[in-house]
Write a protein that binds this ligand. Sequence first.
Ligand SMILES: Nc1ncnc2c1ncn2[C@@H]1O[C@H](COP(=O)(O)OP(=O)(O)OP(=O)(O)O)[C@@H](O)[C@H]1O
Length: 247
Amino acid sequence: MEELITIENIVKKDNKGNPILKGISAKVMEGELITIIGPSGSGKSTFLSLMNKMADPDSGIIRFKGKPYHELNVLELRKKIGMVFQMPTMLSGTVRDNLLIGPKLFRQTLTEKEIDNLLEQVALPKTLKDQDARSLSGGQKQRVSLARTLANQPEILLLDEVTASLDPNSSLEIEELIQTLHQQQGKTILWVSHNLKQAKRVGQYTWVIADGKIIEKGHTNEVFEHPQHEVTREFIATSFDEEVENE
Ligand SMILES: Nc1ncnc2c1ncn2[C@@H]1O[C@H](COP(=O)(O)OP(=O)(O)OP(=O)(O)O)[C@@H](O)[C@H]1O
């Protein structure tokens, strides 16, 4: 399997010069589904935002298929490495209009059949394409948001807490859709999740980010069942307790 993203010792500072990411190195291989967990404020979202060049590291290098990010066209990169966020933002217009946004950036369009296929991939009825996107439910908006990213046929999906704003049923449905994309289409996925049960359920590999560093990475079951790092042990124990209390 090809090495898609290579991350070499990246440091990212906040606007006051304090480091948020303190030297992260890692590799993402084609077809992997990696869940990223860690305490609040540890740098997970910042890390993900560097992966599709929404921000640049202060030092270190990120490569896509061996090519440094700074040599790549940003739009092309974001087409190949798509991102979905916690809060699905619908632009004004219909579901169809929203799905056409990405291709339009490349002076391309989608046929009705392609639109139908995208809706099918995210388990939305075709009839929804003429509906005002802003009138949809939270779960439907997140599906459209996912379909909008898929319209660019990305090789990698970056998911930042994509089920956190959804009710438990919608959350599970989105989770299943993403797993299907991984299993049936072999999509490579980096998935930041606060929900540890979800991170454990869906992950093939898990990275733990704490205080701006990856302190642990490995097969998901290993990381959850036999964490090597004391911070991981504590984080998993306390977070699972909180999740149980919140149910
Ligand atoms: N643009 C910014 N300017 C200044 N500080 C920032 C900026 N973005 C993030 N930070 C800080 O960097 C740290 C890491 O934030 P980040 O959102 O990446 O963490 P996180 O692990 O995703 O947190 P959470 O789990 O709560 O979403 C935090 O202390 C945050 O306040």
